[in-house]
Design a protein around this ligand. Structure first.
Ligand code: ZN
Length: 248
């Protein structure tokens, strides 16, 4: 008899940044890859031209979601002095595009959540509300000290990278496929759907198969020209369009 072989494949989505074409391409890929569940690591909005549409799609997924810094900025009235002018312009424009209900939903998101046997956070586990960037092993170490599950996924830098803490120390680097092993801890940046910054313009996301215990990085092409046209039509800064082709 063939027993029911349950699939438990999570698509880990992050830094959508109001890029509808990127999000749609990733969700199509995730469906083809037979993903059964979704989580979202925040920064649904900011930079891109379709905040409302992307938010509605994430709401439709009805999945565990944590707050990103852009979600926070776009739903508050905080002053944006000291911000990168390009980011500030994106945030100000996004504030005009979201309804009060949208903003309330984003504002209520938690910084950290546990899903199944893993953790999700936008930036770091040590001080999630400070939005620190984890680029090196020292910063990863600080986060590991607060990680109580074998695997934690994050985003924020828009650069996919894996940090692994094992019996022989802490390593960090690029990855495509990781087999999760007992006795190790994994802090995995899944990259960005809407604005990749690792010089690869394809949307980035991760599939975590909890039956096989395998983490896989996926890169998905999308119609960048369409998104760029919308960015220009919305009157957003030209550099926000240009960087999509450069992946930076
Ligand atoms: Zn982001």
């Amino acid at each position: 008899m063939i027993s029911d072989n349950p699939n438990l494949r999570y698509a880990i989505l992050s830094d959508i940044h109001a890029n509808l074409e990127g999000l749609q391409a990733v969700l199509k890929d995730a469906a083809e890859q037979k993903c059964t569940h979704y989580v979202c690591l925040g920064d649904i909005v900011g930079y891109g031209p379709n905040p409302k549409e992307c938010l509605d799609i994430v709401l439709g997924l009805n999945c565990p979601t944590v707050m990103g810094n852009h979600d926070e900025y776009c739903t508050s009235n905080m002053e944006l002095t000291g911000f990168n002018p390009m980011a500030a312009e994106g945030i100000r424009w996004t504030r005009t595009q979201l309804s009060d209900d949208d903003k309330a939903w984003l504002r209520d998101l938690k910084y950290v959540r546990h899903v199944e046997s893993f953790t999700i956070v936008h930036a770091t586990l040590d001080l999630p509300e400070k939005w620190a960037y984890v680029f090196d092993r020292l910063a990863a170490q600080a986060s590991f000290n607060y990680q109580h599950t074998p695997v934690c996924f994050n985003g924020h830098t828009h650069v996919p990278v894996a940090f692994v803490r094992g019996p022989t120390g802490l390593q960090g680097g690029l990855y495509t496929k990781i087999k999760v092993e007992i006795g190790r801890k994994y802090f995995i940046n899944v990259g960005s759907i809407g604005q990749p910054r690792d010089r690869n313009p394809k949307s980035s996301y991760v599939i975590f198969d909890l039956i096989e215990n395998v983490i896989e990085l996926r890169r998905v092409p999308y119609d960048i020209a369409v998104t760029q046209k919308k960015i220009r039509a919305a009157g957003l800064p030209e550099s926000l369009a240009e960087r999509l082709t450069q992946g930076r």
